[in-house]
Design a protein around this ligand. Structure first.
Ligand SMILES: Cc1ncc(COP(=O)(O)O)c(C=O)c1O
Length: 479
């Protein structure tokens, strides 16, 4: 197979292998609905037996290797793109974006600086502008594509720290709710903050950040000589879809001179439909917003985005001082006036061309098609709630909001809370092994609850109802 140049294939081999890989990809996408959404979870011993090979000195026909991936690897991963995947945050994709990833890999586009790719950087600037205006941020705003919500949250806090504290400060204090995604805790720690510099604000009975509690904490912290600098609000918690009271939090931030970051990794994209815009009122007042296109904008992993109200804040946090520039980047810096070196807006130098899949798919389908797709998520979570309410053996914990509903098994009423709670993980496991649909659990105020996140636009009411029927069957049986 190899021709004389190392690592290269002949035209005929490229074509044959390309068609082979493409048909495997199409088969997956086209048959997804008929595949199990999950399988029995393999043990480490089993994955070792399937996949451990010595480092190969010589090659193998890549078609055989693709066959092995299709046989031994892909079937055992959770299909987050499956229409009946209702766990975590589903990740439905679209074929145009999948092909965009292929094209980007083929061209191996570097978007770290203008010199390497002015057009690629321009596409990213355009996509950031689209997202920025969808979220209601002003012209002065900007943003950067990153791997996902974790990196966007970290990047947002880095910008906040620079803007409000002028750099690391042992007294700097940041506020999250007890529902804030754990990636925020990790990011804040990586930035060098100690645990006590991140305050956990309690939530109200709707699991929304309590503003009176926030105000009291800020007051106490100031009195103790700390420097409050940032409040993290949730634009759709992963647990329940709850949106914090954004206007009230923005008022506090304005009054106190604090940076308002919204973690809308999961929920912010819902702003494109009426129900989402209504739920996210006040988002436009944020200083920074995390929005993950690989969640509710139907993109394959990885593409997250941090948006900021003032593009200069990102540059302030990430630009290199003149004496810190790598010598070999001299020409890169020389070429800049109005142009943008994206490596100075975020943590990475070498960056792939993530924005183009969103650019291509939005242009190919139009925003109206994305609106239709997001609306399905709201409708399907409503459908799940309706179905659960029709059966008195279920108890709704949080109603359908932003595509998420949470609930517990009540049964015939004879079970204690402890008995009901103990049953939950067994029901989850049974459901996963059944493979029809994936419904998992979360912890809400210290107790387990089932959770459906129904944002795949290919899901339908009949499947949601069948999934809940099966879940009830397992809950009934697994006493
Ligand atoms: C609200 C929220 N923030 C942050 C994250 C982390 O995003 P990622 O997994 O893309 O790093 C998630 C992931 O589900 C999320 O739902």
């Amino acid at each position: 197979m190899p021709d004389s140049t190392p690592l290269q294939l002949s035209h005929a081999d490229m074509k044959a292998l390309g068609e082979y890989a493409l048909s495997a990809a199409m088969r997956h996408v086209e048959t997804l609905r008929d595949q199990p959404v999950s399988r029995r979870l393999l043990s480490r011993e089993e994955t070792e037996a399937l996949l451990r090979v010595p480092m190969p000195e010589h090659g193998t026909d890549p078609r055989q290797l693709i066959d092995q991936l299709v046989r031994d690897v892909f079937p055992h991963v959770l299909h987050a793109d499956h229409p009946r995947f209702y766990a975590f945050v589903p990740s439905p994709t679209n074929w145009v974006s999948i092909l965009a990833d292929l094209l980007v890999s083929a061209h191996n586009v570097f978007t770290g600086h203008w010199l390497a790719g002015p057009t690629a950087s321009q596409v990213e600037l355009v996509v950031v502008d689209w997202l920025k205006s969808l979220c209601g941020l002003p012209e002065s705003g900007g943003g950067i594509m990153v791997s996902g919500g974790s990196m966007a949250n970290l990047t947002g806090v880095a910008a906040a720290r620079e803007a409000k504290l002028g750099g690391p400060d042992e007294r700097g204090t940041l506020y999250c709710s007890d529902q804030t995604h754990s990636s925020m805790a990790k990011g804040v720690r990586l930035l060098g903050f100690r645990r006590e510099q991140r305050r956990t604000v309690p939530t109200d009975d709707r699991l929304r950040l309590s503003v009176p509690a926030l105000e009291a904490m800020i007051r106490d912290d100031r009195a103790a000589g700390r420097r409050p600098f940032c409040v993290v609000a949730n634009g759709g918690t992963t647990n329940t879809g709850a949106v914090d009271p954004l206007h009230e939090i923005a008022d506090v931030c304005e009054r106190e001179g604090l940076w308002m970051h919204i973690d809308g990794a999961y929920g912010a994209a819902a702003v494109i439909v009426d129900r989402g815009r209504e739920a996210l009122r006040g988002m436009e007042r944020a200083d920074s917003i995390t929005l993950d296109p690989h969640k509710w904008l139907f993109q394959p992993y990885e593409i997250g985005c941090l948006l900021v109200r003032d593009a200069r804040t990102l540059r302030a946090a990430f630009r290199l001082n003149d004496d810190d520039h790598a010598d070999y980047l001299t020409d890169v810096v020389r070429h800049i006036s109005d142009e943008v070196n994206l490596y100075e807006m975020g943590p990475q130098l070498t960056r792939s061309f993530k924005a183009v899949k969103l650019w291509l798919s939005l242009r190919a389908f139009g925003l109206s098609e994305f609106r239709r797709a997001v609306d399905v998520g709201f409708d399907m979570a409503d459908e799940a709630e309706r179905c659960l309410r029709e059966d008195s053996r279920w108890e709704i914990v949080t109603p359908s909001q932003m595509g998420v509903v949470t609930f517990r098994w009540r049964g015939d009423g004879s079970l204690s809370d402890a008995e009901r709670d103990a049953r939950t993980p067994h029901v989850v496991d049974a459901m996963r092994e059944d493979g029809y649909a994936l419904i998992m659990s979360t912890q809400l105020k210290g107790r387990p609850a089932f959770r459906i996140c129904a944002i795949n636009p290919a899901t339908n009411a009949q499947e949601i109802r069948e999934a809940i029927r099966r879940l009830a069957g397992f809950a009934e049986r697994l006493g």
